[in-house]
Design a protein around this ligand. Structure first.
Ligand SMILES: [Zn+2]
Length: 255
């Protein structure tokens, strides 16, 4: 039974975590509070987060093995913890990061009556046994739930035309076009980095976090419900931003 939801800010991103917490508290019958960045609030000497992040690094999209604990990498991770605005471009194993952050929680807050929802400015992924590669994720549910803001832009597949345009540019100029160029030239709906719709698009992902702890079920099968696990940007926008926000069952629960 979830008795308290705690959301953690991601100050280097455009996401307004207070607004998400307000939205959640209108739908849940338990208090929802907001704290500063998880990696600041729960960083202490006992849990060597820099080393744990270094171990969770994904060096290649097609190799299961993670981790690089060379001193230089750990130093990089220390700097990234101190100065989050400088981190970026690295993919981490979401399950390993989740384990590390769980260990960083105070013992009396680790139980399932407190749902921790950590908004992160890191890209996280999970390994796909079925296809032998890493997949970026918007969230990894559990304790704490991780919500990756870069994942919102990078994890779901973009419209087909986006990839065609990328290919066309590569053929013409031999390299990859800057992302802004692609985003301005491609028709079709998708979220771009720092998209003004980011906060609204992540509300449902935060609700999935407490839903999972309360009901043990991760996602809703109904496309269009904000508990749906979208694999494409178009699906994500449909599920998170367009009415109705919930399927009939979840409307009863949260509407
Ligand atoms: Zn639903």
């Amino acid at each position: 039974m979830v008795e308290h939801v705690i959301c953690y800010r991601a100050p280097t991103t455009v996401v307004d975590v207070e607004a998400i917490a307000n939205w959640l508290s209108e739908r849940l019958s338990v208090p929802v509070t907001v704290r500063d960045r998880f990696l600041d609030v729960h960083r202490n000497d006992d849990t060597d987060l820099a080393e744990r992040f270094a171990e969770a690094r994904v060096p290649s999209p097609y190799e299961r093995e993670t981790g690089n604990t060379m001193l230089g990498t750990i130093r990089y991770e220390e700097r990234a913890l101190e100065h989050p605005e400088r981190s970026g471009g690295v993919l981490y194993d979401g399950v390993q990061v989740q384990r590390a952050l769980n260990a960083a929680l105070p013992a009396d807050e680790r139980g399932l009556e407190t749902a921790h929802v950590a908004f992160l400015d890191r890209a996280i992924g999970t390994w796909g046994d079925h296809d032998g590669r890493w997949h970026k994720r918007v969230n990894v549910l559990g304790q704490p739930a991780l919500i990756s803001v870069p994942g919102l832009y990078e994890a779901p597949a973009k419209p087909e035309e986006y990839y065609k345009e990328q290919q066309r540019h590569a053929l013409l100029s031999g390299d990859t076009p800057p992302r802004e160029v692609l985003e301005n030239q491609v028709e079709g709906e998708f979220l771009i980095e720092d998209d003004p719709r980011s906060t609204d698009a992540l509300r449902g992902y935060a609700l999935q976090a407490s839903h999972y702890l309360a009901h043990g079920k991760a996602f809703c099968d109904e496309e269009g419900c904000c508990l749906f696990n979208a694999h494409y940007h178009e699906e994500l926008l449909e599920a998170q931003l367009r009415d109705p926000l919930f399927c009939a069952d979840h409307e009863q629960l949260y509407g």
